[in-house]
Ligand binder design. Sequence first.
Ligand SMILES: [Zn+2]
Length: 322
Amino acid sequence: MVVAPTVAYDFPHPTNVSFNGRAVRMMGHVTMSNLLRREHIHLKLGRLLDVSGGVISSAENLPVVKINGVDAQSTTTLKSGDVIEFHNGQDVTEPSETEYLREGSGNPQFLLGTAAITLKHGLDSGITVPLTSKPVPGPKAVALTFDDGPNPGYTERVLDVLKSKHVHATFFVVGRMANAYPDLVKRELKEGNLVGDHSWSHPMLAHRSDASARDELQHTRDLLRKLGATVTVFRPPYGSYTRSTVSIASSLGLRTVVWSADPSDYRRPPVGTIVARVMSQVRPGTIILMHDGGGDRSNTIAALPIIIDNLRKQGYSFETLS
Ligand SMILES: [Zn+2]
């Protein structure tokens, strides 16, 4: 009797699956994690974003991995004919509600005069972002505002320009800077400008507790009052605020004022860029954001007289907030 020699070869056999609608052929024992590695898939979690694009949670949505419509594990063995569906966790934005305002100054205020404004309130984060702000035709006026000072060496030069052009502006001062340089605040007031509250230490107030936000605003308001200011307006640093920030400010007698033109002068673009950005964004009622504090403001100061002259040529007048 002849016995044929037998050798136990375990020939790998193919596993043919459908991966996101595409045929994939792999050899041998194949698990879901083998397949994902072969397809260069890196599992990503979907984030929960607030209405301003900040991250509330970095692990809100898990990736979806299904075999034949059933959730699968990375260790699950694949069989020929399996239909595999995969996608990474999707980013989602928090639920929000939209509010339409049409009122005089508005609170928060984006424009001089009457404005029609749409706001989006994030319901998880409490953060508010403006969607649109349309001025209702009114007087051809703008407000110049300067943030983050007083700043020795620069605030004086801004004041010199305003004085020489017979223009008044609004200065949103940082409390701890005002505390260090009270004479600059007094000069702002003496020359007919309005001084507003820009918090004590310039934090992102949307991420502070109510008690801390109140301290930031109240401490600054009280100091400015001591320096002789009638303080009626508050501007949130970075435009970071919630509805509760606005109501805290209101309870301190302060209207929240944001802006409607931003040349990003704090990034120190060239003088011509600052001028061009302001001119392209201005409409009747625009509140223009610029900075006298927070660093070297030479370009802002050089742009200022050009901006004032250009706006005057177009028939604009200049108002302070009140
Ligand atoms: Zn600021």
